[in-house]
Design a protein around this ligand. Structure first.
Ligand SMILES: *Cc1c(COP(=O)(O)O)cnc(C)c1O
Length: 429
């Protein structure tokens, strides 16, 4: 199908998945295979030389994964995509072609806590460094650039605090600095925001969340816009110089706007190995078929729950970019016109003890560490995900003692509100 003329919902159902030519099967088949038979020795040699496109071994490529990759590239408006075993694997895979020992990235301080953890503690083991800046002032990115900077990293809509990034302003600074802008688009999904339209080069996803949509399947993805000129400076030798990890091949010279995606498969997945299981790719494709419908309901429900909590007597504050009172409301109207997502935080009067009682008191909500499920989810970060931090660090991370994080599901909204009301009543009785 030609992608250009179809709407988002049509592409969510069809992109990347034509009927199987061998059997006529209408659903995407699951290619649960490790390897693929070569036609002959010449065919095998051409595959290994990347002179012909095809399948060798499922650590590198797999037809079910390829269908998901095509669908995600289409939905994000990108050129190519690589799926990975988790969102965190995708983040390492995403910056791997750009990095070398001594290389730096500049990242927003409002990233998902797990991402900051990865950057602060594990990057240094590769000889990489992350400079963390407050993204509310885009000029902070400009000030942090050095000769070793290889990329900027932000979230379109940050997990969890209702923080919206000024993608266009940060993309302009990235362009002036000659580095790609990476955007983690997990919370927004391409249904709510397409960062490539605002100048982002690379998109990363935890497909574990809204894309798979029902809390069943770990997965991640990297989408390349195909718009970055890797040869414009000497900053990206793995992409635009002879790559020693692939017998001196110059990926940009050979593959042009597919260089980054070919490198991610032929070197990144080959040598790091975080490939996605075909069954997870299949479940994620199934999830994406209903992405638009689900996001519409997620956002409508979240807006109603946030408005209700904002006037609840037991609630001190609500951080949801969809509320007119929110600091990021203007940015949300620009970048998330269809809705501000369904993950947000609120504070309970009475602090830690009341917070713990609320998570113990909910009946419909599930108390767990995940977001983006069809089911409504709740967590009290201070007693769980942010337990190891000091009080001061917790407050700085938006995980103070009174904070509760919600991921509003697609259930009947009156039921969601009633469950929070009864839990708040019990907790403050
Ligand atoms: C969950 C999450 C990740 C990590 O993804 P996993 O699939 O859990 O590895 C990264 N970024 C954001 C914004 C997330 O919510």
């Amino acid at each position: 199908m030609s992608d250009k003329t179809y709407g988002f919902e049509t592409l969510s159902v069809h992109a990347g998945a034509a009927p199987d030519p061998a059997t006529g099967a209408r659903a995407q088949p699951i290619y649960q295979t490790t390897a693929y038979v070569f036609d002959d020795a010449d065919h095998a040699a051409a595959l290994f030389n990347l002179q012909t496109v095809g399948f060798i071994y499922s650590r590198l490529t797999n037809p079910t994964n390829a269908a998901l990759e095509a669908r995600l590239a289409t939905l994000e408006g990108g050129r190519g995509c690589t799926v990975a075993s988790s969102g965190h694997a995708a983040q390492v895979l995403a910056i791997f072609p750009l990095m070398q020992p001594g290389a730096e990235i500049v990242a927003s301080s409002r990233l998902y806590g797990g991402s900051l953890q990865q950057m602060k503690n594990t990057y240094p083991k590769f000889g990489w460094k992350a400079e963390i800046v407050d993204a509310d002032q885009p000029d902070n990115f400009k000030r942090a650039v050095t000769a070793n900077t290889k990329a900027f990293f932000i979230e379109s809509l940050a997990n969890p605090g209702g923080v919206v990034s000024d993608i266009e302003a940060i993309a302009r600074i990235a362009e002036d600095a000659g580095v790609p802008l990476l955007v983690d688009n997990t919370l927004a999904t391409p249904y709510l925001c397409k960062p490539i339209d605002y100048g982002a080069t690379l998109i990363v996803h935890s497909t574990t969340k809204f894309l798979s949509g029902t809390g069943t399947s770990m997965g991640g993805a990297v989408v390349d816009s195909g718009k970055f000129d890797w040869s414009k400076s000497a900053r990206f030798p793995s992409l635009a110089g002879p790559e020693p990890a692939y017998h001196g091949l110059n990926f940009y010279e050979t593959f042009g706007d597919m260089a980054y995606t070919f490198h991610s498969h032929a070197v990144g997945l080959r040598d790091l190995g975080p490939s996605q299981a075909p069954f997870n790719a299949w479940l994620t494709m199934l999830g994406i078929e209903t992405l638009g419908l689900r996001m519409e309901r997620h956002c409508a429900n979240a807006a109603k729950v946030a408005a209700h909590l904002e006037k609840h007597p037991a609630v001190a504050w609500v951080n949801y970019a969809g509320l007119p009172s929110n600091k990021y409301h203007q940015l949300a109207q620009k970048y998330l016109p269809k809705g501000a997502g369904s993950v947000f935080t609120f504070g309970v009067k009475g602090g830690y003890d009341v917070g713990v009682k609320v998570v113990d008191g909910v009946e419909l909500f599930s108390h767990l560490a995940n977001i983006g499920d069809a089911k409504s989810l709740i967590i009290h970060p201070a007693s769980t995900t942010h337990r190891q931090l000091s009080d001061e660090q917790r407050v700085a991370a938006g995980a103070g003692p009174d904070v509760l994080r919600l991921s509003i599901g697609i259930e009947t909204v009156e039921d969601i509100i009633a469950d929070l009301d009864q839990a708040l009543e019990k907790a403050t009785a």
